[in-house]
Design a binder for this molecule. Structure first.
Ligand code: 5AD
Ligand code: SF4
Length: 444
């Protein structure tokens, strides 16, 4: 790092508590690239940490804000923005009234919300037009992409949504990719039709928060399922908070929607989930899965896990192992927490030693591996529809996928590629299944 990229001016009024709070605010803003400056002139971010204790204190804040407003206007003349935040007890007492009286104020935050400052500031920046710019760019990008697409295989990815508004405290996506944005349904359907005409049988709908798709992901899935030739639909990645009733119902009703759900939980400890700003608990996550399993009992479950998040103790990690036990995964992705500059968790106390992260990751992976092997082994003897995608590693072999996204290897003629064929599973390993084609496929 070559020093702060953005200048932060914090003015502290009143008591020792406010001095302490200003330090905390500086701490949570440092990872976002803000460094303290001693003058509001030219600052990128101005925070007035106010005090309510004496009379006239509020008026003093308004007169200070009058001066800040002029500096903000001056900065705007050079094409640069200044973000003005009112924090502290006046913010608590006056609330939105401050923004009404002084429109130069972008944000009013009470003392309970300081840990959310990075999120609140990012949201403010978005609302100032950066979001629109991003939307236009995304639109143009998709137009260019969809008209040029020439899929090479029988499966394809289809981006339906970008960006994220969830602000998990470990994650850079809300800062780098911007706000949640959904592609219009008609352009998605047009692209899917074109893919199907070119021989694609399976699409995976992509988005950082794909199940937050505007207009409802279930509705989109139902529309896609009607496209001729498109026989399999998958989607990823989803957020537990956005698993709505309609999407869950679709898993029971739409046969083209494959029985596989990647639903990251990150941790099994409610304390850690709260510090991650995940907006769900271990219990609410398990309840969501119960509803999904009620709709589609054979669904394969997958998740993302982070070990060694700041403040994670052995008992928190144990809660993650307990949750993994309770779920039973077909697949999973696990990561050691890595502090990403620009995210709130990077500045949190209680960073976990690398050796502890390594050791926890190994224990978690051992459990997840066992579950994956057990899930695969449970398919032996069953007959599953397999979409053959490509030739296998050896001559005369084919490689495809089961509905549960398992790789399946078989002996078979190359003209089965692109077809969905019943296969009896004869053996299972951690990463794949082997099987035998049991009948000639129906014409397709
Ligand atoms: N450290 C470790 N894992 C992370 N992920 C995202 N950010 C971090 C980070 N800072 C993981 C989460 C997410 C997946 C895509 O990557 O588990 O779901
Ligand atoms: Fe958004 Fe996923 Fe990142 Fe959370 S982890 S902020 S939901 S992209």
């Amino acid at each position: 790092m070559t020093g702060p990229l953005k200048r932060l001016y914090i003015k502290t009024y009143g008591c020792q508590m406010n001095v302490y709070d200003s330090e905390r605010m500086t701490d949570v803003l440092t990872p976002l690239g803000y460094g303290v400056t001693d003058s509001p002139i030219g600052a990128d971010l101005v925070v007035l940490n106010t005090c309510h204790i004496r009379e006239k204190a509020t008026e003093k804040v308004y007169s200070e804000l009058g001066l800040i407003k002029e500096m903000k206007q001056e900065k705007a003349l050079t094409g640069q923005a200044m973000t003005v935040v009112v924090a502290g007890c006046v913010a608590q007492a006056e609330g939105a009234e401050i923004m009404r009286r002084q429109p130069a104020v972008d944000l009013v935050v009470g003392p309970q919300a300081y840990h959310q400052l990075p999120e609140l500031i990012a949201r403010t920046h978005r609302s100032r037009g950066e979001r629109l710019a991003a939307d236009f760019a995304a639109d143009a990008k998709f137009d260019a992409l969809s008209s040029e697409r020439h899929p090479t295989g029988v499966t394809a990815f289809l981006t339906v949504q970008e960006g994220c508004d969830k602000f998990c405290t470990f994650c850079v996506v809300p800062y780098t990719r911007g706000a949640e944005w959904s592609r219009p349904e008609d352009t998605i359907l047009a692209e899917a039709r074109s893919l199907a005409e070119q021989g694609v049988r399976e699409v995976t709908l992509l988005g950082q928060n794909v199940n937050a798709y505007t207009g409802g992901l279930a509705k989109l899935v139902r529309a896609l399922a009607k496209i001729d030739g498109l026989d399999r639909i998958r989607y990823m990645t989803s957020h537990p908070k956005d698993m709505d009733d309609d999407l869950i119902a679709a898993h029971g009703e739409v046969q083209e929607l494959m029985p596989y759900l990647h639903l990251p939980v990150q941790s099994g400890s409610d304390k850690i989930l709260k510090a991650m700003n995940r907006a769900h608990t271990a219990d609410s996550y398990l309840k969501t899965l119960e509803r999904v399993r009620a709709a589609r009992p054979d669904i394969a479950l997958s998740g993302d896990f982070i070990v060694g998040f700041p403040g994670e103790r052995e008992s928190d990690f144990q809660a993650t192992l307990d949750l993994v036990q309770a779920v039973g995964h077909a697949a999973a992705f696990s990561f050691k927490y890595s502090p990403r500059p620009g995210t709130p968790a990077a500045a949190m106390p209680g960073q976990v030693a690398e050796a502890v992260k390594d050791e926890r990751l190994a224990r978690l992976n051992a459990l997840l591996d066992d579950q994956q092997k057990a899930f695969n082994a449970a398919q032996v003897g069953k007959t599953l529809p397999v979409l053959f995608e490509k030739p296998g590693r050896h001559p005369g072999q084919l490689s495809g996928r089961s509905p549960y996204l398992q790789a399946v290897h078989c002996e078979g003629p190359a003209d089965l590629i692109g077809q969905i064929v019943p296969v009896t599973i004869t053996s299972a390993a951690k990463m794949s299944l082997a099987g035998q084609v049991i009948s000639a496929p129906a014409m397709s």
